[in-house]
Design a protein around this ligand. Structure first.
Ligand SMILES: O=C(O)[C@H](O)[C@@H](O)[C@H](O)[C@H](O)CO
Length: 459
């Protein structure tokens, strides 16, 4: 069954991030990031890998741009490594670092591929992290300065800017639970990191606008939250988790207020004043969708028996003391990463955004969607996953939800954070020993689909 037709001009792309693909951590003046330190803490990364090489994109980027060209995408979402451009997070610019992205952007433009850089995809400069990182207000201003530096050099050729990637994950996994960098287990005392990232987003957006940027978005993680049961305890837990994982990072941007005054009261600084910057109008709203969440009362066990006090979710065991437990959606196919495959969750996510934000919701871009499977190149399950999610996306379009683009996570197998290189999300297989790239069946499927839909860049 061929894919349904998507609107003319629909933007097809793929996504990656600097720390996950570049390697070359100590090359050409790059400074260390919070993740450089975190990967070297014993036992933090499943396979002990440290991303010092990962796919070696820093040296093999021409080959990767050629893959993008062959794939026929119209845009490429990559991230710029803040510590590669500003080794200590502020002050002295590292010219070779900026030159690297300059060359990449030039080559993308020559290939007719729109550059869509993310300014922050989790690699906070270590010098700033050691001073408190996103728990500190100063980091928000440093981020805006960094955005201005990058826009001054690349702004004439960048098509779409993404300020932050998934501030929710940084806050929850990095500062709240400590399973990601910087590895702080502050639980609710991590909330200032949420506010300062959003403030950083707002200040950076203003800096980009001042440099003439006209297509600016943010990439937020979103997904439906379903209660484990109809009990008051489970529905209450689901509402709380929905507030923390979805609304806390969308309401301030789109409504100019926090979802819960009690939550806002926990935040530092002139919050009302900051919300003016945070809610500066976006040109589009980025959504990273992977799967729904089932939330239950603390101590609840999932339908499949997973869980316990904190419950198991997305491979992460939650500590005691949280007022909710998270579970997988029962009875669904699982990816190699154990994530439930729920395409209709994407449609539901988009419907919920439209219901909650109505006219305040700008056009949407799916900035990430994808799946991890161990198959070397015969990745039929990935084709089925993408096919089903594109149909689910098309259903939302048919209902009049304004979605302008879709980016697959990811072009290449790469360093999957705490999972190291054990989870493969790529359309292209990477042999981590030889660094050889081999397009998977899904790569060819998507290339043909794009050619068929006329959506992609004609090779
Ligand atoms: O969404 C995220 O967590 C990040 O944006 C990516 O860096 C991940 O690698 C991808 O999503 C797979 O987990």
């Amino acid at each position: 069954q061929p894919l349904p037709a998507f609107p003319d001009g629909f933007l097809w792309g793929v996504s990656t991030s600097a720390f996950q693909i570049e390697g070359a951590q100590e090359e050409d003046g790059r400074g260390p990031s919070a993740w450089d330190a975190f990967v070297r803490r014993p036992g933090r990364i499943k396979d002990g890998s440290d991303a010092s090489v990962t796919t070696d994109h820093y040296h093999r980027w021409p080959e990767d741009v050629a893959l993008l060209r062959e794939l026929g995408v119209g845009a490429y979402r990559f991230s710029i490594s803040w510590p590669r451009v500003l080794p200590s997070g502020s002050g002295q610019v590292n010219a070779p670092g900026l030159d690297f992205y300059d060359r990449l952007v030039d080559t993308l433009c020559e290939a007719g591929i729109q550059p869509a850089p993310t300014l922050f995809h989790w690699d906070t400069p270590l010098a700033l992290e050691e001073r408190g990182g996103w728990l500190r207000r100063e980091t928000a201003q440093r981020f805006a300065d960094y955005a201005d530096t990058v826009a001054a050099r690349l702004g004439d050729r960048v098509a779409h800017w993404i300020t932050l990637n998934e501030p929710a994950e940084v806050t929850l996994l990095g500062y709240g639970l400590g399973v990601h960098a910087p590895g702080r287990q502050l639980l609710f005392d991590a909330l200032p990191a949420a506010h300062h990232q959003l403030l950083g987003h707002g200040l950076a957006l203003r800096a980009l606008r001042a440099r003439g940027a006209r297509s600016i978005g943010i990439a937020n993680s979103h997904g439906p939250v379903q209660p484990l049961s109809g009990s008051a305890a489970d529905t209450g837990a689901a509402e709380l988790y929905d507030t923390l994982s979805n609304r806390l990072f969308a309401d301030p941007l789109l409504l100019g207020r926090y979802p819960d005054p009690e939550l806002a009261a926990l935040l530092p600084g002139p919050v009302e004043e900051d919300l003016k910057a945070i809610s500066e109008p976006l040109d589009w709203y980025g959504v990273n969708y992977y799967q729904p969440t089932v939330a239950g009362a603390a101590g609840s066990a999932g339908a499949d028996g997973s869980g316990g006090s904190g419950g198991g979710f997305a491979g992460i065991h939650l500590p005691d003391g949280l007022p909710f437990a998270l579970h997988e959606t029962p009875g669904r196919e699982r990816t190699g990463f154990g994530w439930a495959v729920v395409p209709e969750g994407l449609t539901e996510t988009l419907r919920t955004l439209r219901e909650r934000y109505g006219e305040r919701l700008p056009p949407v871009m799916i900035t990430e969607n994808g799946c991890a499977y161990p198959d070397r190149t015969r990745d039929t399950r990935r084709i089925a996953f993408l096919d089903a999610h594109l149909r689910a996306l098309h259903t939302a379009l048919a209902e009049g939800i304004d979605v302008r683009g879709y980016f697959v996570w990811s072009l290449l197998d790469n360093f999957e954070w705490a999972e190291g290189c054990t989870q493969r999300f790529g359309l292209v297989h990477v042999d981590y020993a030889t660094l050889e790239r081999t397009p998977k069946d899904s790569f060819h499927w998507l290339r043909d689909a794009l050619r068929g839909s006329g959506g992609g860049v004609q090779p």
